[in-house]
Design a protein around this ligand. Structure first.
Ligand code: SF4
Ligand code: SF4
Length: 106
């Protein structure tokens, strides 16, 4: 079947188990320094980044009448950049991890 460039990404496989995710990450260790930052204003909701993440950490969330990609579990992200590379619209930028929140000693 012919696929057009604006066609949505194929259906995702079912979510992988936490155990499988852990073993995948152990098999492909990456020293995470960067996290994907998604510009929701420019995201088309095409879903290609969602399909590209080996750990199924990205999903599409409704923001008003639109859909945008969002990163779920930041702690599970390896910073592999596959999502950034796959985005056809250069919507994803890898940024340094946010420092831990200052809880004011609490
Ligand atoms: S950087 Fe890699 S692990 Fe993190 S969300 Fe993107 S594809 Fe997934
Ligand atoms: S971040 Fe890019 S690849 Fe992901 S849904 Fe948005 S436009 Fe598509």
């Amino acid at each position: 079947m012919e696929r057009h460039c604006h066609a949505p990404a194929p259906e995702l496989s079912p979510l992988i188990s936490a155990k499988m995710r852990t073993s995948l990450q152990m098999a492909h260790p990456v020293s995470r320094v960067l996290l994907p930052s998604i510009d929701a204003e420019r995201c088309t909701g095409c879903g290609w980044c969602v399909a590209a993440c080996p750990f199924h950490l990205l999903s599409l969330a409704s923001i008003g009448w639109r859909k945008s990609a969002v990163l779920g579990d930041e702690t599970a992200c390896t910073g592999c950049r596959k999502c950034e590379i796959r985005c056809p619209f250069n919507v994803i930028t890898m940024v340094k991890e946010k420092p831990p929140a200052d809880t004011g000693g609490f």
